[in-house]
Design a protein around this ligand. Sequence first.
Ligand code: HEM
Length: 404
Amino acid sequence: MTISTGPYDKPITLDPTGDRDPYEYYAYMRNTEPVWRGTIMDQSMTPPELLPDDEWTLFDFNSVFAAFRDDELFSSEQYNETIGLVFGPTILGMHGKQHHDHRSLVSKAFRQSALERWEPAVIDPICDDLVDEIKDNGSADLVKDVTLEFPTRVTAALLGLPESDLDLFRRLSFDLISIYVDIEAGLRASVELQGYFQQQVDQRRSKMTNDIIGDLVGAEIDGEKLTDEAIISFLRLLLPAGLETTFRSSSNLLYLLLSHPEQLHAVQGDRGLIPAAIEEGLRYETPLVAVPRTTTRDVEVRGISIPAGAQVNLCIGAANRDEARWTDANLFDIHRPRRAHISFAGGIHSCLGMHLARVETRAMLNSLFDRVTDLQLVPDDDTRIVGNPFRSPKKLPVTFRPVA
Ligand code: HEM
């Protein structure tokens, strides 16, 4: 058997940069070779020594979901050698008891009860203020002015950072999450954030505060506390894991609603449809289309043997449009019967911030719909969803009127 180094040997090809829509290719692969020896990742920036020797991709929902749930066989430890180089050891690369204990310590900060407290006190006012800043302008770029900004402000507030540090935090966050395009700036930001977060942790060790950093500093199980290194790695991970995904998923949802005006009007007229719109947006245009795993022993998936030590890319984007699970899976339809998507992964590494992401997005939409009306996209060539594995529009130029 030979390994495909790119998806170029297929009648329908994938643009590995993600500039061209990948969903036709995903459908082709799901229907012809759902367990494929080859890669969908853009490896143009990967140093040769980090390229896997043997690489596979799973495309159908059942295979991807089963792989997420079998974390012993499909290990996430390779994150320690990739993002671990920048963030230090993170929860994403842990397994077994270490993962269980670490996740128990950090998850307190993300419980539903914590969110109930933050939603009216922190998240709603941030989104309201943000839209107030643009509502009389008549036009805006919703990416620059809203979707990049609200998760940044919400994350800073929930971490308990002083308001005067917002500009610094914004700059370091953007540099860090741009690490794929500017490695140097990303690494510099990572080091600077390390020093910055260390100061914040030290302050809480002398005077405790009621925020996420305080929760992490105070968290304890069986007398065990998180080390400073673990807290700081986790805080830095929150920027790509929480801020970047939420900015991209909310941009995708706004793009989808704006380009399906009848569904936009339905949601504006009945805010009870917002949760369904959020889930359908996440299913239809997931912000993260694939994540990697490594097989710890030989395994058979749909009758195909994958050897131990192979990198297996779990294609969330393809799984979310599996016709075997959703009727007319290629249509964006907020009214469709709800079936769980896989954008927040599954199994032990399923997204810790999924409730927060949903609450933040709902608050942003409510603030926007309360304050502006007649929202219309003014599209140009850059107003489309692009990227691999992170996907979203680069900009969303719109016009609108303030609500009287
Ligand atoms: C719509 C927005 C989001 C999406 C689509 C998303 C998606 C994901 C996915 C796919 C994973 C699993 C990655 C893997 O297993 O390789 C994950 C894990 C994680 N996410 Fe999210 N995420 C979102 C928002 C957030 C937010 C707001 C936070 C926190 C502020 C967050 C924190 C985390 C953490 C800490 C993990 C690692 C969990 C573990 O390893 O046990 N995410 N997320």
